[in-house]
Design a protein around this ligand. Sequence first.
Ligand code: PEP
Ligand code: MG
Length: 325
Amino acid sequence: RQEQFRALRDVEPVTKDGHRIKLQMNAGLLVDLPQLSDSGADGIGLFRTELQFMISSTMPKGEEQESFYRSVLKQAAGRPVTFRTLDIGGDKVVSYFRSQEEENPALGWRAIRLSLDRPGLLRTQLRALLKAASGAELKMMLPMVTEVAEIRAVRELMQKEVQHLSKFGHQLPKKLQFGAMLEVPSLMWQLDELMEEVDFVSVGSNDLFQFSMAVDRGNARVADRFDVLGRPFLRILRDIVRASERNNTPVTLCGEMASKPLSAMALLGIGFRSISMSPTSIGPVKAMLLGLDVSQLSDVLTAALDDNTPGVSVREILVRFAAEN
Ligand code: PEP
Ligand code: MG
């Protein structure tokens, strides 16, 4: 099987009915980078910058962050990399950055909340990213956004860093793409404002599922209780795609769902045309989509999501579709 997937590396990911799907990979360390050309991914759709912090015993200094990002971009050799700003907290523990004990760390002081409360830390990271991408394109996105105002606050800090760097004669990135992750359900009722505010949106389906279904992603006892392919969650995802089409804002999805051929298939059926996954999934997902008629699946899924017939799960419908096609 591995050999078979390897042979697909240079095959363009186009569905049977002609849709070009962007397949990107998730990464977080330099050791991940060779997988970019090995897998044939279109780029890195999620670069988890907290990994550098998690494997270090002390806080990485600005220069260390900058040289790390520079190496990542160099090794990516022109393929786009989407850097996510620090996503510390919750299930991502950084020993030297211990806050007080929290009763609900997943709902606590984490990610962009922590970054906005420690603007020095965030500005250091923004500066490192801007410098590392000087003369090139910088794509970055913010984790765990709850309100659109948080994005504006980061943009202001970013503007300050840009001004500071140009004042001191640094070359800036030639293009800046600024995005947000959609992982907190409150954004579902700010979709149009969100899409207007950013250049792109990336759905973090791991956290969006955790928060919308009230299911701890790390708790095996409840983790499998509800299905990502169930009607409620797929309807949420469909609303996101509709908002992205309405606003002409590119949307992608970078959670675990994208890594499994069956759920990746469902995402394409709902309307996603860009997904980011673990590098080893690129082959299997590409193999799936080469034989897929998306418009046919879309009809089947639309009917399945609008229909509430008890007893038939959407997963069963998808499994049947996959077997017959
Ligand atoms: C997610 O939540 O789906 C996501 C991609 O981010 P992480 O898994 O790093 O929280
Ligand atoms: Mg997340």
